[in-house]
Design a protein around this ligand. Structure first.
Ligand code: SAM
Length: 255
């Protein structure tokens, strides 16, 4: 068997992904807002509510970029901690998070002394497919708008399962496919015309954003991705469509 071709293709894809994010790291937050019309913030809040962060929990946020999800997770757990304190319940301590990303520029761009103040955050540069952690270390693993860019998604899903503690949960937030035909047609028209133009206007980079749109189109549909999670060992896999399925949030448990 000759794996030569697959190997080259894989390296090319990883290289291309790196290049895309290197070129957008600095404009990233601005571009995210423009592309999703600010909705990515709402989707992230909805996902965090569903994850239900608890005091003392340890999160691994894979492809964590500038750290949006990790900060939200810790802050949501802190709200629960305050409430428990008010009820005289025992203090389980603050939640903590590891932000992991393949791109060190993205991690550096995300360091913000104001936003990070008082939060137990660690940043790690590594590949989702090969996590530098022992088994059963985390209560929750998240990946938001990152799994689409991972070359071997099954390997990454198996890694997420491995580093979760039994009873831990995975949350995957990703652009998806609106199931309704009319909405899907409108959304395709928007993404194939408006997003590359926005990429040109804001980041001066049309091609990278054209690539992003195409990668969203190629990503497995909601039910297909749910099956991949089950194949990686996750139980009780479910998803919720946000904004008619422009984004989907998949969850599953390690039991
Ligand atoms: N999760 C953040 C958010 O929602 O704002 C960032 C999402 S950003 C669109 C995708 C991130 O995935 C980039 O920071 C990129 O460097 C990272 N990434 C791509 N491939 C990766 C891999 N194989 N392992 C870890 N991170 C990866």
């Amino acid at each position: 068997i000759d794996f030569g071709f697959e190997q080259v293709r894989t390296e090319e894809k990883q290289g291309r992904v790196r290049q895309v994010f290197d070129s957008v790291a600095r404009d990233y937050d601005r571009m995210n807002d423009a592309m999703s019309m600010g909705l990515h913030r709402v989707w992230k809040d909805m996902a965090i509510t569903k994850l239900n962060p608890q005091p003392g929990e340890r999160l691994l946020d894979v492809a964590g970029g500038t750290g949006d999800i990790a900060r939200r997770f810790i802050q949501a757990a802190e709200t629960v901690r305050d409430r428990r304190g008010g009820q005289g319940l025992p203090d389980k301590g603050p939640a903590s998070a590891v932000i992991l990303d393949i791109n060190d520029e993205m991690l550096l761009a995300g360091i913000d002394p104001n936003k990070d103040a008082g939060l137990d955050l660690t940043r790690v540069c590594a590949n989702a497919q090969d996590l530098p952690f022992e088994d059963a270390q985390f209560d929750a693993v998240t990946i938001a708008y990152g799994i689409r860019n991972v070359t071997d998604r099954m390997a990454a899903l198996r890694e997420f399962h491995r580093v979760l503690k039994p009873g831990g949960r995975l949350g995957v937030l990703e652009f998806s496919t609106p199931p309704e035909t009319l909405i899907r047609k409108f959304y395709d028209a928007y993404s194939f015309t408006v997003i590359p133009r926005l990429g040109q206007a804001i980041a001066g980079d049309r091609d990278s954003y054209q690539y992003l749109v195409e990668s969203i189109r190629r990503f497995p549909k909601q039910d297909q991705f749910a099956q991949m999670m089950r194949d990686a060992g996750f139980a009780q896999v479910k998803w919720a469509d946000y904004s008619a399925g422009v984004t989907a949030f998949h969850t599953g448990w390690k039991i």
